[in-house]
Write a new protein. Structure first.
Length: 58
């Protein structure tokens, strides 16, 4: 599994975890917010990698 595939897998896992946490604790719960911030970091990393790949291919 390459870096991008692993990152996508981690993003999907974090999305599922966030959904479960939000259902139990609500959207403003500290644990929900923390998980959301962790997902943001993963998504930003994916976006940067995607941009780098596009720049190399242009």
């Amino acid at each position: 599994m390459n870096e991008v595939e692993e990152l996508i897998r981690l993003i999907e896992l974090k999305k599922n975890k966030l959904s479960q946490i939000a259902k139990k604790g609500g959207l403003t719960n500290q644990t929900t917010v923390q998980c959301s911030q962790e997902l943001d970091i993963l998504l930003n990393t994916h976006q940067k990698i995607d941009q780098n790949i596009k720049q190399k291919n242009s």
